[in-house]
Write a protein that binds this ligand. Structure first.
Ligand SMILES: C[S@@+](CC[C@H](N)C(=O)[O-])C[C@H]1O[C@@H](n2cnc3c(N)ncnc32)[C@H](O)[C@@H]1O
Length: 353
């Protein structure tokens, strides 16, 4: 479909944005293709609606909303850069968007590889990209001490930042190295180490890594992956049946194997406390955690308790809420007990002062 797009990309664009647009090789074609898809989806959505297939209609309308958002990003004015911006490379408009205290980001569950599915709790690289773009400038250093299968490293590459990562499980670290190999260039450095993040300072020093601008990570959420909810067929049981890892392994160094909650929290805080030696002054730290539900049905305010303890060493700045809209829903307590599907995570932001 190569008709002239209705939406004109050059309208109201600054010179800088026009040159950015030139970097997208087939810009006009993308727009015109999107227009065509949009018309088709809109037709399907209305047909489904008229046939009273509301679920299908809602799905089609959601797709339209997402596509419009993408077109908006391509077409609309992105705002102005300010030379005094010392935090990131965003324009004022982009900066403003990032300051909303919640964000909905879903992974692309359909097309991810078996190795990515094998890790029980990875976050989508787009989540890390979102925050890396806000808390660093291109060429800065990002650190993930619980690297998993390297979503942070992938995001660092996409946003042209350097990355230092540590992961205890050698299989996950190996996969991360393979995952980034294809896209790495001569300028960026992505250093992935197999090891215990309690040794972060040593690894950082021995490998001459520069001071860190931003830490983004999600540590094991205590021992939650070890706890089956029982009753209704749990996600853990399904993962075992499908041959995927249901936790990160049995290493005594794995924070997810500490049963005692206050011991877990202290170990975690001690690891981060030690980062003072490797962080730039004023560097930000984002730690992604959830509150948990114990087997007895009690909510354990893990993220909140961690924030309080960590706040004694770093300035607690904010919480962002990361929402997952498309995540698998379990009918856990049905038909007798209230058990919610927890589809939000706390992205806690601290600053090194
Ligand atoms: C929630 S996952 C991180 C997933 C990662 N954000 C990603 O998207 O792939 C936590 C990771 O911490 C690792 N881990 C647990 N204890 C560790 C330790 N002491 N040092 C380094 N890594 C550890 C686990 O093996 C697991 O892969």
């Amino acid at each position: 479909m190569t008709q002239t797009p209705k939406f004109h990309a050059d309208k109201d664009l600054s010179d800088e944005e026009k040159s950015e647009k030139a970097l997208v090789p087939e810009f006009e074609k993308i727009i015109s293709l999107k227009e065509y898809e949009l018309e088709q989806t809109l037709k399907n959505a209305l047909d489904s609606f008229n046939n009273l297939n509301i679920a299908q209609s809602a799905k089609e309308f959601r797709k339209i909303a997402n596509d419009l958002k993408l077109m908006e990003l391509l077409i609309t004015d992105k705002g102005k850069h300010n030379n005094k911006n010392s935090l990131n490379d965003l324009t004022g408009k982009q900066w403003l968007q990032h300051t909303k205290s919640w964000v909905i980001i879903d992974g692309k569950s359909g097309d991810i590889s078996k190795q990515i599915k094998n890790h029980p709790a990875s976050y989508p690289p787009s989540l890390a990209e979102y925050f890396i773009s806000y808390f660093t400038k291109a060429g800065g250093w990002v650190f993930d001490p619980f690297m998993g299968i390297g979503s942070t490293a992938q995001a660092a590459l996409m946003t042209k930042r350097n990355c230092f990562g540590i992961e205890l499980n050698p299989e996950y670290a190996k996969f991360t190295r393979e995952r980034i190999q294809k896209s790495i260039d001569d300028i960026l450095k992505i250093n992935v180490f197999t090891g215990d993040s309690r040794k972060s300072f040593k690894i950082w020093k021995e490998n001459n890594i520069p001071p860190i601008d931003f830490v983004i990570t999600s540590p094991p959420y205590w021992n939650m992956l070890k706890k089956s909810r029982g009753g209704v067929k749990s996600k853990q049981k399904q993962r075992i049946e499908q041959g995927f890892d249901e936790d990160y392994g049995n290493s005594k160094f794995d924070l997810g194997n500490i049963d005692d909650l206050s011991q877990y929290l202290d170990s975690l805080v001690n690891i981060f406390k030690d980062f003072k030696k490797i962080l730039k002054p004023k560097a930000h730290i984002m730690i992604i955690l959830q509150n948990c539900r114990t087997k007895e049905g009690k909510m354990e305010p893990l993220a909140w308790n961690f924030a309080l303890k960590m706040g004694k060493h770093y300035k607690l700045l904010q919480e962002f809420i990361w929402l997952q809209d498309q995540k698998f829903m379990g009918i856990w307590g049905w038909p007798t007990t209230y058990v919610s599907n927890v589809h939000h995570h706390y992205c806690l932001v601290f600053q090194n002062l």
